[in-house]
Design a protein. Sequence first.
Length: 307
Amino acid sequence: MASFFCRHCHRHKNFFNYLHKKKDTLRIALQSKGRLNEKSLELLCEAGIGIDDTGRKLLSRASNFPIEILYLRDDDIPQTVSCGIADIGIVGLNEVMERDFDVDVLQHLEFGKCRLSLAIPKYMEYTGPEFFEGRKIATSYPGILKKWFAEKNVNCEIREIAGSVEISPSIGLADGIFDIVSSGGTLVQNGLAEVEKVLESDAVLIGCPDMDEEKRQTVRVLMSRFTSVLRSRGKKYMLVNVPNDKIEEALKIIPSMKSPTLLPLADKGWSAIHAVIDESEVWDKADRLKAIGAEDILILSMEKLII
Ligand code: PRT
Ligand code: ZN
């Protein structure tokens, strides 16, 4: 019975054969469900790639871009990309570093941000990495942790556990933990304090090192679309009318990504400045522009920023 199943993906052999033989279309591996699934699909969608049946199937094909989507558990994505079953994949950098398969990290995608940190009970005094000498640490990321302690010349006992790492100290399984931290809420709830930040992680686009040139070309197009999407996030388009003698001052307030557009208005003595600015700076810049006599400040959402 076992011989009918793929040892990589545990799927039926027919599916395994399909995955191995159908090499012409670029294939991207995405997390099937979990924290990165929705944001990965959102990124593809914002990059103009139309996908039906998102995530409910094992494999789907984009309607308007030469790409197939393979949905997997995140743990399996680095290996699947490394051996070429998928050409590229989106996965947390933490998984890439832990699995240590031969893949290229092509692009940071700026979502799924978190860090891998060491934490200890908050009542204990932390004295530096040597604190862990001879102690027990529970983690689902033994590979990264072993390397970090080897660099620090610290010997400790690493206890690999699959889930609920944060409760290990309170049940006496470990003296400290090494786990993913995002807001820090889980640590606080469990009476733990973060003492070392070992790895900053976000979702990354990874690629198989031996992809052919045709596929690489498609990946370059995809990456350039991703770059445009990422650049336009958190940006607004500002239009503002300023008296001509205040243009210089206004341009100091709105340093644009490149040179801002300057257009004369029908009303003599006035011009309009168009610029792309950070959403977080909208109010500050608007207030400062008004203070120098600017009028009719219009802030618009930015759909795309293609450079
Ligand atoms: O089923 P599958 O194997 O595909 O998914 P999974 O359960 O292994 O992973 P999933 O979906 O939980 O996370 C996928 C990826 O999201 C991780 O590998 C990280 O790259 C990234 N990510 C970002 C996170 C978090 N933020 C996060 N907060 N992964 C997990 N957490 C957990 C963490 O384990 C801890 O329990 O959230 C808790 C801590 O969060 P705070 O906010 O309380 O600090
Ligand atoms: Zn996983």
